[in-house]
Ligand binder design. Structure first.
Ligand SMILES: [Zn+2]
Length: 268
């Protein structure tokens, strides 16, 4: 079954902090290296079928980016703490699946600042660095600190959200406009001062600034978001890829991640 999944990313450079993502799209039957299609016409046709990315069952509607309803309300991948780390209770021994929690919540978590459209704060599991930032379409990122579990990282994030945004400015991001003129290191110092003021526990991190350069021929001036439920055909000349978005000529974009589990035919 040709089921869409979020694109896999690899760095074409060997440097740790200097990243040029290479995207691979798995359409269920084949792996397609998408960077090589930039500048060419592509089409993605939604067949009308959706399968749960967890259990494979057919579902009329997708919940939480690719799950059937039963999985959405029971799978550890969709537990509330994925979106709101401060609600994680794995450190108290409470989770939908403790084995999953031991690998994802009770490991070091990174609190970071990233510039994706604008400056934002976020939390991610340590093994998701730098994938998480690439998925968000960030141009720059810096680690503020590490925390020993998801809950404690979430508490820091809640504190920092009072002074920093926590959402990706995806429209600006897709226009190639990163609305940030400041200095990431200075912002890091400002953030750490706030963490200290709130007496929150944290482990220091190094000051490496990650820089990510996306394969985009030309950014559009206007963005038109595609909805495969309403218009099952997404086609045109691929102008670039940023985050999990395919950007077509004219500014038509598709957030691949939102359509995980959708059965599609990719042609080029
Ligand atoms: Zn399912």
């Amino acid at each position: 079954m040709p089921m869409l999944k979020k694109m896999a990313v690899a760095n074409s450079l060997s440097a740790k902090t200097s990243i040029k993502p290479v995207y691979t799209l798995f359409s269920g039957t084949e792996l397609v290296e998408m960077n090589s299609l930039i500048g060419k016409r592509i089409s993605l046709q939604f067949t009308g079928d959706i399968n749960c990315i967890k259990c494979g069952r057919k579902t009329k509607k997708s919940f939480g980016q690719g799950f059937c309803y039963p999985c959405f309300v029971s799978a550890p991948e969709t537990e509330e703490c994925v979106i709101r780390p401060e609600l994680c209770r794995a450190h108290e021994g409470v989770a939908r699946d403790m084995a999953f929690a031991r690998e994802n919540c009770l490991i070091d978590q990174v609190v970071y600042l990233a510039v994706s459209g604008g400056l934002k704060v976020g939390v991610t599991r340590i093994h998701q660095v730098p994938t998480r930032w690439i998925d968000q379409g960030a141009s720059w990122a810096i680690v503020l600190l590490t925390a020993p579990n998801r809950h404690s990282a979430g508490v820091v994030e809640v504190e920092l959200k009072k002074s920093f945004a926590d959402k990706t400015k995806w429209q600006s991001m897709l226009k190639g406009k990163d609305e940030f003129e400041g200095d990431l290191l200075q912002e890091k110092q400002r953030a750490l001062a706030l963490v200290e003021e709130a007496s929150l526990i944290h482990n220091p991190a190094d000051n490496s600034i990650y820089q990510i350069e996306y394969p985009v021929l030309q950014y559009p001036e206007k963005i038109k978001s595609s909805n495969l439920d309403k218009d099952p055909l997404f086609s045109g000349t691929l102008m670039g890829i940023r985050g999990q978005y395919l950007i077509l000529e004219g500014g038509v974009v598709l957030n691949v991640r939102s359509y995980a589990g959708y059965n599609v035919e990719l042609s080029f």
